[in-house]
Design a protein around this ligand. Sequence first.
Ligand code: SF4
Length: 312
Amino acid sequence: MSFSVKIAKSRGMCAGVERAIQTVKNAILKFPQKNVYVLHEVVHNKHVVDDLRSEGAHFVDSLEEVPDNSVLIFSAHGVGISTFEAAKARDLTIVDATCPVVSVIHKKMNKAGLKGMDAVVIGHKGHQEVVGTIGQYTGDASKVHIIISADDVSLLNIDGDNAMFATQTTLSIDETRLTVEALKKKYPNIQGPKADDTCRATQVRQNAVKELARSCDLVLIAGSANSSNSNRLKEVALNEGALAYLIDDSSQIEISWFNNVTTVGLSAGASAPQYVVDEIVDYLKQNGASSVEEVGSDLKEKSFPLPKEVHL
Ligand code: SF4
């Protein structure tokens, strides 16, 4: 068995994820006398969460699980206003690691609620980011509508002259474009971004995988099963006609995947650490990779400043 390996240069951790991880690390250092709790997984990656847990962070799914006098960190996906207010009423040191890109969307949702506008959120129901985004709308909850596809637009019945839309940041660029087009066609006066709210990190990684998959038979995406952006990368590769698998690390690879494969592509979701990519490359070298090269361009992303509460 012999195959070549191409690795997308634009891959892996985005600025929002790096900021959230560093926020937890700094909180552990800055508040040694307190327990550090994170509401939900700080980012959707098993290795990142395991690493931070081993450094002392606790991950919980509800505020009730956080004892008083602890540090409470909100994850990169953000939370709704009621969660924020409930935490503020407690004896907690609150640190908000919501990605700044998501915070911008939160402000728009909040404004829409105050103005009594209909708010259409294009995203996956139940995903932590969507829960946080709709939780920013403080008005009549029946005016918030979660949709995902262009077909869903036909089910909407809103006042298009007093409505706005926002999208989850990690959606498929191609699918979201169709949904937004259908929305703007039905409601020409709806307010919202020119295209959508998918972030630059999402766009850059999807474009890189699209390019990569065109010259590969098989594409491996490093990322966890609950990572939205990683799942979208796998779909992009599948849509380009390659076989594609989403894996936490090399332990999930099946050797039969490489049968009749001449070129393997590799990329990583926005929450996957580089050491996982390195570990997968080592596995590939030991199991038939005859060459390994990086392809595409490395589009640099600017970093985000840390929350002031965790400045050291
Ligand atoms: S994927 Fe985009 S929105 Fe999500 S944390 Fe990264 S930069 Fe922020």
